[in-house]
Design a protein around this ligand. Structure first.
Ligand code: SF4
Length: 165
């Protein structure tokens, strides 16, 4: 598990994550191949995946008149992930993202996350970014990224932090 940047109590109060404007949103988590196997082989409730290996969001029908889409693993009642202990690598990484810029792989942070907006220029952010770039540059993680090129995406509205190996 990746050490988390945003404290859990802040995450649970914010209703930003795990919700999407469109069903084919690039922000919906993309799964590693081993996570797809996990979905197939275990008792995790089955969900649809898109062709690019993303969890397909479902319409947000929590309240009458509500629009948009949500991850099928989001419990709208308490805003918690139903598979938190086994949530995908990309969800553990968030609000940090691995971005593909041409041939460069860059660690970035989502500027739509309120906690990132608040902490962007702090020592706390700098230290966490350092921890994460060291973790992602480890041989095991480099292998994982090479074997799962689907999770290298071109996200917009992000702050670039450091180029990864
Ligand atoms: S798997 Fe869990 S953490 Fe990831 S988007 Fe879905 S509800 Fe959110």
């Amino acid at each position: 598990m990746i050490k988390q940047f945003v404290p859990q109590e802040i995450c649970l109060r914010c209703q930003g994550c795990c919700r999407f404007k469109e069903q084919n949103s690039v922000w919906s988590p993309c799964l590693l191949d081993e996570e797809i196997q996990d979905l197939v082989n275990t008792d995790i409730p089955k969900v649809y995946l898109t062709l690019d290996k993303r969890i397909e969001p479902v319409p947000n029908g929590a309240k009458e008149g509500e629009t948009g889409f949500v991850c099928p693993f989001l419990n709208l009642g308490d805003n918690k992930c139903k598979i938190y202990a086994r949530r995908p690598f990309e969800c553990q990484l968030y609000p940090f993202l691995i971005n593909l810029r041409g041939k460069k792989i860059i660690l970035t942070a989502d500027l739509n996350c309120r906690y990132v907006q608040e902490k962007l220029n702090t020592q706390e952010f700098k230290e966490y970014a350092q921890y994460l770039s060291q973790f992602l540059n480890s041989p095991a993680q480099i292998k994982l990224l090479k074997e799962n090129p689907q999770i290298l995406q071109a996200y917009e509205e992000v702050s670039e932090i450091v180029e990864l190996k």
